[in-house]
Ligand binder design. Sequence first.
Ligand code: SF4
Ligand code: SF4
Length: 508
Amino acid sequence: MTVPAAAMLDQAAEAPGLARLVAAAEKEAGGAPPDDGPLYTPRRKIYPQSVHGTFRRIKWALLIVTLGIYYVTPFLRWDRGPNAPHQAVLIDFPTRRFYFFFVEIWPQEIYYITGLLILAALVLFLSNAVAGRVWCGYLCPQTVWTDLYLSIERWVEGDRREHMQRDGRKWTADTYARKAVKHFLWLMVAWWTGGAWVLYFADAPTLVKDLATGQAPFVAYAFIGILTFTTYTLAGHMREQVCLYMCPWPRIQAALTDEYALNVTYRYDRGEPRYSAKKAEQLRKAGQPAGDCVDCLQCVYTCPQGTDIRQGPDLACIECGLCIDACDAVMKKLGRPTGLIAYDTSVNIKRRQEGKPAFFKIVRGRTLLYAGLIAVVGSFMLYTLATRHDLALAAIHDRNPLAVLLKDGSVRNGYTLRIINKRLQQRDFALSIDGPPGTRLDIVGMVAREDGKPVVAVGPDQTRELRATVTHKGSEAITMAPITFIATDIKSGERATTADHFHGLEEH
Ligand code: SF4
Ligand code: SF4
């Protein structure tokens, strides 16, 4: 398995008995021929053992919260008035809107989504700089669903030993029945996962009814089918293979980490040399060195990724902390201090070997940089959200012809105007123009008011497109002049403007 190079070299140089890491370090130093092993190794079925402890409890809590959010959110209601959907979170393709509680994003405002993605990436970088793969270990959907699937598997087929024994024996009717129940439950979870996903794209209660009565659109059934298949395959069958071969984050994460980042670490300075519990006790009594690791393999049996954390950093390790719980339980039984496996840094391992106290440096250049960028991007997004306009005006000049000479000697230009009303009420706008003296604005098919300004009604949460002409009949001929279109809300006086040009005939 590939290992993050910097951390690997650090640990390889220090850890006695870590042959694999030393070999890798030698290779990096140019001392040994490269041997990366196969790019893909056939999957070995992993039977993770259940475990109890602090990190398991944290994972249960996060599993309940994250799955709860995912399955319940489409049913949350949000009153936006009579002209808008009442679903709190809705991606509405027909009207091309994204609703998120009090925020409504129009297609022109896709930059908010871009900003959110940038923010998410920065939060990921920061969490990685502080505490390694916390996202992978606790919050990644692949981890959460796999954890749920493993719980179902253990419930139906038994914990590690029972499950392995049953799989190793000749299969009986009981084995087949248990397998059938497990796969049925897995499929049910996968089906609910796909079902919940499509509810984000339509009114959830209505779509549930339509799905149940067979009246939902085909695309809804198709997506439920696709997501059922992907969830069942990824969480039920591929599991750790997704992290190893499909997900790019472990590789990126390895390049972004440093020696001060907290990672789930086997403290080999304390654990080595390994002996059985009895032998270690005898050696200690005789004043001989003996590490705390008793080679019981509980940390390996518990690992959902099949990793031996004692071999050093590994791309397969998602840093879920379950091996910490397993090892702490062993240490408690042996009457040794807990924390042989713990969140720690490679710097601290070196420091302890030099007899220095542990040292944690969370505030450092990269964490300050990420936190600063999060603050800047977050503040900018909040500012633009707080000051966003619910009225916009755009103009596009006709390309051909740019200008037309009329019988009376005046010159006319054509435009397409677009008024965007983001409010959930209908609004009336008076249109006017600011340009050279003698220019007049007309909206095709519309009579202007007495003051010469055409009035246009735009429906709630809608865009209205209009054909407009600007005619100039001045004493001076114009080559090209800047003009500004203005839309004024008749009730509130709110204005939107857009700049363009008026073209004369001389330039042709
Ligand atoms: S659980 Fe602890 S004591 Fe047992 S093998 Fe793992 S590190 Fe060693
Ligand atoms: S080695 Fe430990 S932290 Fe890493 S995936 Fe396995 S159990 Fe989780």
